[in-house]
Design a protein around this ligand. Structure first.
Ligand code: 0L1
Ligand code: MG
Length: 266
């Protein structure tokens, strides 16, 4: 289904430019399906791919892949029912403790995630948790920054895929663990903003097991003729609902066994 198309190449290029400009100039836009109701999921991933080419042509480097909308909390928050994937880049990569200007974004939110780094490539279409586990090198905690390019974070599944699943930045920190050293399902997470608990959750919120998200990513990539390459950083998806952030906010995510990750917005 990820390769079903309804738009021609010119429309895909137009939409990639529209999303790219919204992001670069921080000018929110309307859902793409308003003007292109014939758009299909394959078109949405084609727009995302064209966006990636545009970014790479400006010297931005892709640093990994991400799954989105993998938790019930996120699906309810966004009113959608399908997990999806996108890419992450060095433009949005921040170090642990970084001060991040909110002016870089339209309406940023953050969410706590479990990330993995692949030891070997993982190629669908028949990946499952066992194959995903065998391909993973280690686990690392992460905060993802999301920033929809759509006004008021209002979108449908096609628009958000085209918009690279709202990917805007990420921070990895804490400590790494081998899969044998951690129970991903019960890994507890407490997300605080300015010292107040904002969200709590556990790894199982991500499709029942974050490794399901890795397997799903490989299977989705296979439908598009791709894979998860060796060495790839994969954000497996938000464990909690995403929280709004504003200048002055300090966000710290405490993980049960992966340490903590912190950032501050200025
Ligand atoms: O990483 C995510 O789960 C984001 C997916 C896109 C929807 C959103 O902006 O929350
Ligand atoms: Mg996310």
């Amino acid at each position: 289904m990820l390769n079903v198309r309804g738009l021609d190449a010119a429309a895909v290029a137009t939409l990639a430019e529209r999303v790219d400009n919204a992001s670069r100039h921080r000018q929110p836009i309307a859902m793409l399906t308003v003007d292109y109701p014939q758009m299909k999921l394959g078109d949405a991933y084609a727009v995302q791919s064209a966006l990636r080419v545009r970014m790479e042509s400006r010297g931005i480097r892709v640093t990994g892949l991400k799954m989105g909308l993998t938790s019930r909390a996120k699906m309810l928050q966004m009113g959608v029912s399908e997990s999806l994937h996108g890419f992450i880049t060095d433009e949005g990569a921040y170090g642990e403790g970084a001060e991040i200007p909110v002016a870089r974004y339209i309406h940023p939110r953050v969410e706590a995630e479990i990330a993995v780094v692949m030891k070997t490539a993982l190629k669908g279409p028949d990946c499952d948790v066992a194959r995903a586990a065998a391909a993973i090198d280690f686990v690392v905690p992460a905060i993802e920054i999301i920033d929809s390019r759509f006004a008021e974070f209002k979108f449908d599944i096609l628009s958000v895929v085209a918009d690279n699943t709202s990917a805007a930045g990420y921070v990895v920190g804490g400590r790494t663990r081998r899969l044998s050293e951690i129970d991903l399902l019960t890994e507890g997470v407490v997300l605080t903003r300015n010292g107040q608990v904002a969200e709590v959750g556990a790894g199982a919120a991500v499709l029942g097991n974050p490794l399901e998200a890795v397997a799903m990513l490989a299977n989705q990539r296979a439908q598009l003729g791709g894979e998860i390459p060796a060495g790839c950083l994969v954000l497996t998806g938000g464990i909690t609902a995403a929280i709004h952030v504003a200048a002055g906010d300090a966000v710290v995510v405490h993980y049960q066994s992966l340490g903590s990750v912190r950032i501050r917005f200025v």
